[in-house]
Write a protein that binds this ligand. Structure first.
Ligand code: GLN
Length: 484
C-alpha cells in the first residue's frame, strides 16, 4: 500500500481494494516500526486518525467525491491543530494545544484527509538540518548518520521512509526544498501569498510560505489543489482563484525555455551534485526544452540579505512568547522582568536566541538604515534579477542544495556554514517566487535535488516540468535501502 502514490490510493479506496481504516492502520504500523529510530514525528494522533478514517470510509460508501477522502497525511508541527499539541519544535510551546485549526489544516480536513500526526522540525523553523529541534534530531532515512535537512526535516524524512504519503511543510528560506533534496522526495514552495499563513506559526512573515512534500509532482499537484485557497483571515494571502494543478501536468515541455543561472554552479557546489544536475538538464534538452545560460548577478547577496531580514522579522514575531499569555512560563518569578527573562531564557534554544539577538540589533535605532533598510534594497535587486531573467525564459533550473546530506554535527559549530546550505533557495523566498525540488540522482547513495523556480503564480508550469522529468526518470521512485 505504501508504495502507491496518492493518485493510485484514491483509486483503490474508490474501488474498495482497501479501506481508509486499513490504509491508516498500515501507515500507523510503519510509523511504529521505523520512527523510534528516525524521529520524524513529534506526535502521532492514532485514535483521532482511526476515527477520521472510519468516517471517511462511511462517506466513501455513500459515494462522496471529496478530493482526498480517506488519504492519510501528516502536518508539520508549525500548523495549529485544534486539540492537538503544536510545538513548533520548541520547549516554549511544548504544552501548547491550539483551540483552532490553521486554514491549511482545515482545508485538508474538509477535503477528507486523515491526519496521522505532527512532524518534527527545527525550532521555530530556524535551521537547515533539524538539529535545533527541542524534540531531538531527525535521521535521514537514506543515511542514518546524516541530517535530513531542515527545517521541514520531519516531513521530508517521513515521506522518504514511506511513513505518510505526503506531508505539509513550510519554507522561509529553503525549508521545503532543501530537506526534500536531502531526502530524495518532491517538495514545492508556492508563490508567497498562494497558501494561507493563518494558524501557521510565524517565523519571518514576509518570507514564510506553506507548501508540500510528497513523492511525486503528480501528488504534489493534487495536494496543492487543496492546500492553496483564498483566505480573508490572512491579509497577505492573494485573492486569486486556485487553478487545477493536476490538469496541466501532461503538457509537453517541448519548446519550454529553461534558464540555468551560471552563479548556481559556483565553487561551493559538490561535484557529484553538479554532474547530476547537468544530466537532468540533458534530460530536459532531450524532451525538447530550450536551455540557455542566464545570470542572476546578485545571487551572492541573497544569504546576507536574508540573515538580516529573517532575524529582524523573527525578533518581532517571537516577542509574543513572554511567559504571560501562553507558552512556557518559568517557576516562581520574582517580578515581571524576571518572568520575561527566565521564561524566554528557558523556553528558547540557542539558534532561536541567536536570531532574536541579531534581529533586535539590526532593527535598533541607529542601525536600522545600515542593516534592515539596506537588506530590503538588496531584496529588490534580487527580485529585479529574476524579473529580467523571466523576460527570456519560462523557468529557472539549478541545484537545490550545495551538497548531499551531511553528518550530524558537521556544521553545528559554524552558523555561517549552515546558513550557506540555502544559498540556492533563499533568493526565491526574497522574490516571493514558487520553487520546487525533485530528486535527480544519487551521490554516494545519497539523494540530490534539482530545483525549478517559476514566475509568480506559475506553480502549474513548474509542476508540469517536474512531472515530465519524472515520467522520463525513476529517481523519485527510489527508496532508502533498509526501508521496505
Ligand atoms: N535554513 C533557513 C533558516 O535557518 C531557512 C529556514 C526555513 O526556510 N524555515 O532560516
Amino acid at each position: 500500500m505504501h508504495q502507491l502514490t496518492i493518485t493510485e490510493q484514491i483509486k483503490k479506496l474508490k474501488d474498495k481494494t482497501f479501506s481508509s481504516v486499513e490504509l491508516t492502520q498500515h501507515y500507523l504500523a510503519r510509523i511504529k516500526k521505523y520512527d523510534s529510530e528516525l524521529n520524524s514525528f513529534i506526535s502521532v494522533t492514532e485514535d483521532a486518525a482511526l476515527e477520521q478514517a472510519q468516517s471517511a470510509d462511511q462517506a466513501l460508501a455513500a459515494g462522496d467525491e471529496t478530493p482526498l477522502l480517506g488519504i492519510p497525511i501528516a502536518h508539520k508541527d508549525i500548523f495549529c491543530t485544534d486539540g492537538t499539541p503544536t510545538t513548533c519544535g520548541s520547549k516554549m510551546l511544548e504544552n501548547f494545544v491550539p483551540p483552532y485549526d490553521a486554514t491549511v489544516v482545515e482545508n485538508y480536513r474538509r477535503a477528507g484527509a486523515v491526519m496521522l500526526g505532527k512532524t518534527n522540525m527545527d525550532e521555530f523553523a530556524m535551521g537547515s538540518s533539524n538539529e535545533t529541534s527541542f524534540f531531538g534530531p531527525v535521521r535521514n532515512p537514506w543515511a542514518k548518520d546524516c541530517v535530513p535537512g531542515g527545517s521541514s526535516g520531519g516531513s521530508a524524512a517521513a515521506v522518504a521512509a514511506l511513513l505518510t504519503p505526503a506531508a505539509t511543510a513550510t519554507d522561509t528560506g529553503g525549508s521545503i526544498r532543501q530537506p526534500a533534496a536531502l531526502c530524495g522526495v518532491t517538495g514545492i514552495k508556492p508563490t508567497y501569498g498562494r497558501v494561507s499563513r493563518w494558524g501557521m506559526i510565524a517565523f519571518a512573515s514576509s518570507l514564510d510560505q506553506g507548501g508540500i512534500i510528497a513523492r511525486t509532482a503528480e501528488d504534489a499537484a493534487l495536494m496543492l489543489n487543496t492546500m492553496a485557497s483564498v483566505d480573508p483571515k490572512d491579509s497577505t494571502n492573494i485573492p486569486k482563484d486556485v487553478p487545477d494543478y493536476s490538469a496541466s501536468l501532461n503538457n509537453r515541455v517541448n519548446g519550454m525555455r529553461i534558464g540555468v543561472p551560471k552563479e548556481y554552479f559556483s565553487d561551493g557546489l559538490h561535484p557529484g551534485t553538479a554532474s547530476a544536475v547537468q544530466e537532468a538538464i540533458g534530460t530536459y534538452e532531450k524532451l525538447g526544452a530550450k536551455i540557455s545560460e542566464i545570470s542572476l548577478p546578485n545571487t551572492s547577496l541573497a544569504v546576507p540579505a536574508y540573515y538580516v531580514i529573517a532575524p529582524a522579522e523573527c525578533s518581532a514575531n517571537l516577542s509574543r512568547f513572554d511567559g504571560v499569555r501562553y507558552g512556557h512560563r518559568c517557576e516562581n518569578p520574582k517580578n515581571l522582568e524576571d518572568l520575561y527573562k527566565r521564561s524566554r531564557g528557558e523556553g528558547f534554544g540557542e539558534e532561536v536566541k541567536r536570531r532574536i539577538l541579531v534581529g533586535t540589533y539590526a532593527l535598533s535605532a541607529g542601525y536600522y538604515d545600515a542593516y534592515y533598510h539596506k537588506a530590503q534594497q538588496v531584496r529588490r535587486l534580487i527580485k529585479n534579477d529574476f524579473d529580467a531573467a523571466f523576460e527570456g525564459v519560462d523557468i529557472v533550473l539549478g541545484p537545490t542544495a550545495p551538497s548531499p546530506a551531511f553528518a550530524f554535527g558537521a556544521k553545528g559549530a559554524d552558523p555561517v556554514a549552515m546558513y550557506l546550505e540555502d544559498i540556492f533557495t533563499i533568493a526565491a523566498n526574497l522574490a516571493g517566487l514558487p520553487g520546487m525540488s525533485i530528486p535527480c540522482g544519487l551521490v554516494d547513495d545519497k539523494p540530490v535535488g534539482l530545483q525549478l523556480i517559476g514566475k509568480h503564480f506559475d506553480e502549474a508550469r513548474i509542476l508540469n516540468a517536474a512531472h515530465c522529468f519524472q515520467r522520463e526518470t525513476d529517481f523519485h521512485s527510489l527508496t532508502p535501502k533498509d526501508i521496505n
